[in-house]
Design a protein around this ligand. Sequence first.
Ligand code: GDP
Length: 309
Amino acid sequence: MFDNLTNRLSRVMKTIRGEARLTEANTQEMLREVRLALLEADVSLPVVREFVARVKEKALGEEVAGSLSPGQALVGVVHEELTALMGGDLGAQASELSLATQPPAIILMAGLQGAGKTTTTGKLAKLINAGDLLQNGRKAGRKKVLVVSADVYRPAAIEQLKTVAAQVGVDFFPSDISQKPRDIALAAIDHAKRHHYDVLLVDTAGRLGIDEAMMAEISMLHEVLKPIETLFVVDAMQGQDAVNVAKAFSEALPLTGVVMTKLDGDARGGAALSVRHITGKPLKFIGVSEKLDGLEAFHPERMAQRVLG
Ligand code: GDP
């Protein structure tokens, strides 16, 4: 992921770092290269435009022009802006999940069919159960986790979650396609409370596209469950479409964050760079493998560092 972008940007940064003087010409050249690299990585055009405009404004400002090593200062500006673009402006804790509520902390998973919702539910359950979830920068410690599927349209989806739960060693609350999603949600909360679960992860039905019935159902589930986290799971391979679907969902549902899956299959990574800007929601996790340990917390600062080399 981000392979080309990393190659191109790190080359540009190396050149600019070595510049003893920043002229109008070499600054423009650098901005042009950054712009091309971002576009080639499939970052949305409005995102690229605004990013370049912000870097340019700072590049011409006192902070850079008046610096003893302007090249170095300019690289610092690009790093700062890239971090902000990916959600760093929301603060370090924005990329973490919050479990700070009366247990069970409920996490609602939303997304289109095939996005990777069930797999991600399993991955998150594993991470939380193992105690590896970060809270205020520290590992949260082991939690008792329950998962449930409210997907009453595909019996295979419920079975899939059951299998995944067994694989990661967390408890599965059975549901059935004859039930109403609302009743499943209520029964799962009741069970979680009575058996002292810390966290309840709710997998939901996805459709092939955004449709009103799905939106109404997930909104109803949101009302019943009152989740502390509502995560939108989206497939990075869909590129800019992924970002548009995430935007539509974030307008219909109070999302707390986005999980982008299949970044292992998307060398360009543009969707991951655009999603914060377009949806206003932080990217919290990225899926980097089909395997159930293939989930990484997304850290804007570290990712910017990695991309700039
Ligand atoms: P759902 O319909 O949204 O629940 O999607 P699934 O969880 O069933 O995932 C759809 C497909 O994507 C499955 O074959 C998963 O193994 C695969 N998948 C999910 N996340 C990732 C990921 O991060 N990387 C890769 N390579 N495959 C993934």
